[in-house]
Design a protein around this ligand. Structure first.
Ligand SMILES: NC(=O)c1ccc[n+]([C@@H]2O[C@H](COP(=O)([O-])OP(=O)(O)OC[C@H]3O[C@@H](n4cnc5c(N)ncnc54)[C@H](O)[C@@H]3O)[C@@H](O)[C@H]2O)c1
Length: 253
């Protein structure tokens, strides 16, 4: 099936590794031009170079999504270079750890909210203005199962993802009149550098036991769904959640 992504300009944040890397490679393979944004400039360049090595089109940007001025400069630069921004994928995520709520320092809370929520606000607003001007666009926000059913010890992360889902609904509702749609996606458990440490031993077994498919997912499985959501073929999918979790908690055992 042709996903009609050829010539589409897609911006992916946190694209230097993990889910962001996989979705960037898959989108480029499907024909999109991918702007790879990451705090870690070296990994952004590595992913962008890999896209070009495989015959695709890409640019790399060392960006901290919490820096509004830098985000605005990057979005304007991408528009100047490629002519438009068709799709924004808010995927960047702060490093997190399990910590009891009563022990969490405010600085740690602020950092997670700043990257996961204010970063998405910055990117959505700057890209949203461009999308409004060009007459349409698509935003895809990478949320988490934790937005709906938090795990103990992840207060800031869960709150940031619940906030991101509310932001998606606001963008879909307010910008719908300008042809802009916004979906939010809840990946289940996927083994990446970000999650691997939490999957060891008994905890990992418990996590697997509530997934109907009986296994954790892969970044490629999420990337395939993201390609469809970035495609005009899914334009009537608006809001969410879109779950990609192997059927986590679909049934009581
Ligand atoms: N892996 C999972 O099991 C899982 C489950 C549910 C949701 N998610 C979500 O998927 C997304 C990607 O997760 P991942 O596992 O690939 O994470 P990851 O930690 O592997 O990658 C996150 C990327 O974001 C970048 N980043 C961090 N702070 C940034 C900033 N201020 N500005 C720009 N970039 C920044 C990092 O450098 C990194 O490349 C996240 O939003 C995460 O919440 C992941």
């Amino acid at each position: 099936m042709d996903l009609e992504l050829s010539g589409k300009i897609v911006v992916v944040t946190g694209a230097g590794r993990g889910h962001g890397e996989s979705m960037s490679l898959a989108l480029a393979q499907a024909g999109a031009t991918v702007a790879v944004l990451d705090l870690d400039g070296e990994s952004a360049r590595r992913v962008s170079d890999e896209i070009v090595r495989r015959g695709g089109a890409s640019s790399a940007h060392q960006i901290d999504v919490t820096d509004r001025a830098a985000v605005e400069t990057a979005m304007q630069g991408i528009r100047s270079q490629f002519g438009r921004i068709d799709v924004l994928i808010n995927n960047a995520c702060a490093a997190i750890r399990r910590i009891p709520f009563l022990e969490m320092e405010a600085a740690e809370w602020d950092q997670v909210i700043a990257v996961n929520l204010r970063g998405a606000f910055n990117c959505s607003q700057m890209a949203g203005r461009i999308m409004k001007e060009q007459g349409g666009g698509r935003m895809i926000n990478i949320s988490s199962f934790a937005a709906g059913l938090p795990a103990a010890g992840f207060a800031a992360y869960s709150a940031s993802k619940a906030g991101l889902e509310a932001l998606s609904k606001i963008v879909a509702g307010e910008l719908g009149a300008f042809g802009v749609t916004a979906v939010y996606v809840r990946p289940g458990v996927v083994e990446t550098e970000f999650t691997k440490p939490g999957h060891a031993g008994e905890v990992g077994e418990k996590m697997r036991s509530v997934i109907a498919s009986g296994r954790f997912g892969t970044t490629e499985e999420l990337a395939r769904v993201i390609c469809f959501l970035a495609s005009p073929l899914s334009e009537y999918v608006n809001g969410g959640p879109i779950t990609v979790d192997g059927g986590k908690y679909v049934c009581q055992f």
